[in-house]
Write a protein of this length. Structure first.
Length: 313
């Protein structure tokens, strides 16, 4: 566990102190059955913000004979507690196993609600959280204030690899991938034919890219395309039963990389690149302008270093 400050970021939090003390918001996650013994908890198709409490990522609950299986725990201690209560109501059992798909706090900061429950991830995810968790926590406390009360960065065990596994009679295939981050865990539930793709796949919501590698991400999407499945739960966005979400994510990433490279080569500055026209085929994708702007900030400096000639001799 990485210890969290007992105060809301000292002087930086003072303007928010009264707001935090008066805060009485509660999470009320709702689950939809998507198969026999499997439920999806939908996140808001928005950026992390105070109004949504950071609850923007999808979570999956599965029943098993050894306790509920939870895939991702959400953005805060309070959300994790709400998920635990929801899992008990749905399955009649406490959470017995947790999988964390990747490092980002909207997927992993509810871990503290599950003391004593095994929390699993890829080793790379554990390493990334150990490296970046404190910085994420500072940012989340600034944005969400009272929603984050008591939240600490609780590391997963970091002990899973790709392959088939069984828990409580439920058969799963774990896929060790990367590209959205340094470690991206996808899970196939054999019983329902559901592929849990984490943030490797976004559906009708623009992909977030703060730790992305375009080539590795595209390679992982190619691997996911080869996995037979009936439906797909993306990290963000609605359940995909039409088979379009992987292709949509690939299309956005391909357009984004090509557009940013062309913008750098054409001499556009970051503000101009952030205001590029978004193709009509992405008109129905949530947060498209927001994520384009974020991606410019993530990629532009290194693309300029890669593509532009040095002028200092």
């Amino acid at each position: 566990m990485i210890a969290r400050r007992g105060v809301l970021l000292g002087a930086l939090a003072l303007p928010f102190a009264a707001r935090a003390q008066q805060f009485a918001g509660t999470y009320e996650p709702q689950a939809s059955a998507i198969g026999d013994g499997i439920w999806m908890v939908r996140g808001a198709d928005e950026a992390i913000g105070f109004a949504n409490g950071g609850a923007i990522a999808n979570t999956v609950i599965m029943a098993s004979d050894a306790g509920a299986i939870l895939v991702d725990t959400g953005p805060s201690l309070a959300f994790g507690r709400a998920l635990e209560a929801l899992a008990r109501r749905l399955t009649g059992q406490p959470v017995g196993r947790i999988y964390i798909t990747h490092l980002h706090p909207d997927h992993s900061f509810g871990n503290g609600a599950f003391s004593g429950t095994p929390i699993h991830s890829l080793p790379a995810t554990r390493a990334e959280l150990e490296r970046d968790g404190s910085g994420f926590a500072d940012a989340m406390y600034r944005m969400l204030v009272g929603w984050m009360t008591g939240t600490e960065v609780v590391l997963p065990l970091g002990d899973v690899t790709g392959g088939d596994t069984m828990f409580g009679g439920r058969s799963l295939r774990l896929l060790a991938l990367d590209g959205h981050s340094e470690g991206d865990l996808a899970i196939l539930d054999h019983a329902s034919g559901t592929l849990l793709a984490g943030d490797l796949v976004f559906h009708d919501r623009a992909p977030a890219t703060p730790h992305a590698d375009f080539a590795r991400w595209q390679a992982s999407l190619e691997r996911l395309e080869a996995v037979g499945h009936r439906q797909l739960v993306p990290g963000h966005g609605p359940l995909d039963t039409s088979g379009k979400a992987i292709a949509q994510t690939r299309d956005w990433l391909g357009w984004l990389e090509t557009s940013l490279r062309r913008s750098v080569a054409s001499g556009l500055d970051m503000a101009e690149a952030a205001n590029l026209p978004i193709p009509d085929r992405f008109a129905g994708i949530a947060a498209a302008r927001y994520e384009l702007t974020r991606s410019v900030s993530h990629f532009y400096p290194r693309l300029e270093a890669e593509l532009l000639p040095r002028v200092d001799g």
